[in-house]
Ligand binder design. Structure first.
Ligand SMILES: C[S@@+](CC[C@H](N)C(=O)[O-])C[C@H]1O[C@@H](n2cnc3c(N)ncnc32)[C@H](O)[C@@H]1O
Length: 680
């Protein structure tokens, strides 16, 4: 296992699920208008099917998690779960009832996803399950597993992402799907995760930190107006486009009712009507930004055709043949999906069914009603049945809608340039004006923006101008490759010549004493070098690799230490030159000293490690820990940054992470650091 810096979600990030079963029961589980609306849509085969569907909505959702990481690592973790947990959970009986162990989800690739159907109180009251819960929390923190709602895993899987691809996630917060995308593109790809809500985009950054990817960038734009950029591709100015785009748009969210019972009280048709226009605009902009031949996936967690098939039909119409709705019935075999609707009923906010705009008598109300929510007169060309509807009662999940598209004809200037080839001298402004015109024309064509009342009902709230790029971030400026800090680091740590000196960011002034240096992938570097970079509102990018502690400058040749989140990225460059001079291999005995002792000194370590450490000048080192003997789910070496001081040797983990690792591996709590030692 490569040790990653455990997240601190308990303190700052998304809160753990603290809902009690009693909270769930307290909410009335019915909504007559919602029931009437969906009965009228004929979304089910017959009355019995509808009754099962509706009854399932009233039951709590099972929890699910997926195993992350590289395939090798992931299969080791899966085996560990099977051997150390599932095998011991075959006979869990609580209050006379037998409960199933966690089971792999049949349709999830390589069985790397598990579903837990046993109810919450059992999780607490069964020793086997509570042991397993602790394991899940620890592995979630290290990034080895991710808790995520099962149906939410479907859109990224249907994007069919290949390693190295460039992907735009248009409405990304809190980032569950972005995590899957980052894993799928691997080290050579690019993932831009955008959200219009600044606070939510911070949440996304926090979530993604666990994955420590230098290929990740978070941005803060209204997705409908995501900016055009040109980037230099082999010396040629080229419009920035993506191989894959995900539009997981804001929606009314009634598909989440099993985990979010508030929906029962809050459901109204106004929410869906109010979101339709923004959904069309975001999807259309996403379609513009995908490359020719690229794939775009549109998804919502709503059952409502107004937010689903009506949006798809409108964008297919506006894209004028450029997009093709794909039949993905051969993907994810085993996942039960039902075809998209080809016709549906439209209901007003006053709960009246209408068949055309003419049925709205009040001219003011008519102006505010989006005409494109009505079903197409004929579906012959659209083939809306190729969309996927995922229903809770088919496989004990939440509800989801997904539609997959390919760009088959040019839609924008960028597309035409890519098709026509030649020396592309792009007039970004012209391209943007043309594209904006189409996105803005959506409001004109619909001729009726959602009323303020409708907009106020939507959940999550539509961003205001204040949300979009509310804060000014420290700059994301690339460092010059001959920056003296980088040269100092390279020479002290003995980094080889492949160390990418031109892929670093310094987000503070050069003369700040405590400087942090961040690493970005080649693809992100290309974006940061774009002549139009000022148009992009970046919230976060780069993995912190080195931190300088000014107070140590007089005690060492190099005051930069390797950060725990960057250890795995630095390691390949440390190994190849100068006899691994800042790398020390240690075993579990030495690791225990590092973690449990308040102030480890050289004589505390094993004889071999003592000798190695004695021969090293003070400064940062990277410890490679052989954890094959530890009771861990994956036995790849663990990497830990360490500071070799004049007389002591300290692991560079914060107090919380050090304690959690020490308890996990050795079942003990680290000694508190004596005040005297801190002063020394
Ligand atoms: C359904 S959630 C996305 C969930 C996310 N894809 C995930 O898997 O974790 C919709 C997101 O869209 C954001 N949003 C709303 N309006 C937006 C807009 N105009 N542009 C971009 N993001 C928007 C919301 O802040 C919210 O985070």
């Amino acid at each position: 296992m490569v040790f990653r810096k455990p997240g601190k979600w308990k303190k700052k990030g998304p809160k753990p699920d603290t809902r009690k079963d009693s909270d769930y029961k307290a909410t009335p589980h019915d909504n007559a208008t919602m029931k009437k609306y969906y009965q009228a849509q004929h979304i089910m085969k017959d009355d019995h099917d509808f009754d099962t569907f509706y009854a399932t909505l009233k039951t709590p959702l099972p929890s699910t998690f997926r195993i992350t990481g590289t395939k090798n690592n992931a299969s080791q973790i899966r085996q560990f779960i099977q051997d150390h947990h599932v095998a011991k959970m075959q006979n869990v009986i609580v209050d006379g009832v037998k409960y199933d162990p966690p089971t792999p989800v049949s349709w999830y690739p390589h069985s790397l996803c598990y579903q837990i159907t046993c109810p919450r109180p059992v999780l607490r009251n069964s020793p086997e399950y509570s042991h397993f819960q602790k394991f899940l929390v620890a592995e979630n923190e290290t990034g080895n597993i991710t808790r995520q709602e099962l149906v939410s895993m479907v859109p990224p899987l249907l994007m069919a992402i290949e390693p190295g691809q460039r992907v735009l996630d248009m409405c990304a917060a809190p980032g569950s799907k972005t995590g899957q995308i980052v894993e799928a593109v691997g080290g050579s790809g690019l993932v831009v995760a955008n959200d219009a809500d600044y606070k939510r985009s911070q949440l996304l950054v926090h979530q993604l930190k666990r994955l420590q990817s230098p290929c990740f960038m978070a941005t803060n734009h209204d997705a409908a107006h995501f900016p055009n950029l040109s980037i230099m591709d082999n010396g040629i100015k080229t419009p920035w486009q993506f191989d894959r785009v995900l539009c997981d748009v804001p929606c009314s969210g009634d598909g989440t009712v099993r985990k979010n019972p508030k929906v029962w009280n809050e459901w109204s048709q106004g929410a869906a009507i109010g979101l339709h226009t923004v959904q069309v605009q975001i999807f259309l902009r996403g379609a513009q930004l995908v490359k020719m031949g690229g794939r775009i996936v549109y998804s919502t967690c709503s059952f409502n055709p107004v937010e689903n098939e009506a949006v798809v039909a409108e964008v297919l119409r506006l894209s004028n043949g450029a997009l093709e709705l794909k039949d993905v019935s051969d993907q994810l075999p085993g996942l039960i999906r039902r075809p998209g609707l080809t016709t549906w009923q439209v209901m007003t906010r006053e709960n009246q069914f209408i068949s055309s705009m003419d049925d709205i008598e009040n001219p003011r109300a008519r102006r505010k009603f989006p005409a494109s929510v009505f079903p197409p007169a004929s579906d012959n060309d659209l083939h809306l049945e190729k969309c996927l509807r995922i229903y809770p009662h088919d496989q004990n999940t939440g509800g989801f809608f997904v539609a997959v598209f390919e760009k088959v004809k040019p839609m924008t200037l960028a597309d035409r340039l890519s098709v026509e080839g030649g020396q592309a001298v792009v007039d970004v402004q012209r391209a943007e004006a043309e594209e904006e015109q189409l996105v803005d024309s959506v409001t004109a064509a619909i001729a009726n923006l959602p009323s303020e009342e409708y907009a106020n009902e939507t959940e999550p709230a539509q961003p205001t101008s204040k949300d979009v790029y509310a804060k000014k971030e420290a700059p994301f400026d690339l460092m010059a490759p001959d920056n003296p800090d980088l040269s100092e680091i390279k020479s002290f740590y003995g980094l080889d010549d492949s160390f990418p000196m031109d892929q670093f960011l310094l987000r503070s002034g050069l003369d700040t004493k405590n400087r942090q240096i961040y690493h970005v992938s080649r693809a992100i570097q290309t974006v940061l070098k774009s002549p139009d970079i000022k148009r992009l509102h970046i919230v976060n990018t780069g993995v912190r690799l080195f931190s300088r502690q000014g107070s140590l400058a007089s005690t060492t040749e190099c005051a930069f230490r390797i950060s725990s989140e960057g250890a795995a990225l630095v390691q390949p460059y440390l190994q190849k030159q100068q006899g691994d001079r800042r790398v020390v291999s240690i075993g579990l005995d030495d690791l225990k000293v590092l973690l449990a002792h308040a102030f480890p000194r050289l004589p505390d370590f094993t004889a071999t490690t003592q000798t190695t450490l004695t021969n090293l000048a003070p400064g940062g080192i990277l410890c490679v820990v052989d954890v094959s003997q530890a009771d861990l789910p994956a036995n790849t070496n663990m990497l830990l940054p360490v500071w070799r001081g004049k007389s002591s040797v300290n692991v560079l983990l914060n107090k919380h992470d050090k304690k959690s690792l020490c308890q996990r591996l050795f079942g003990i709590t680290p000694e508190p650091i004596p005040v005297k030692a801190v002063t020394e």
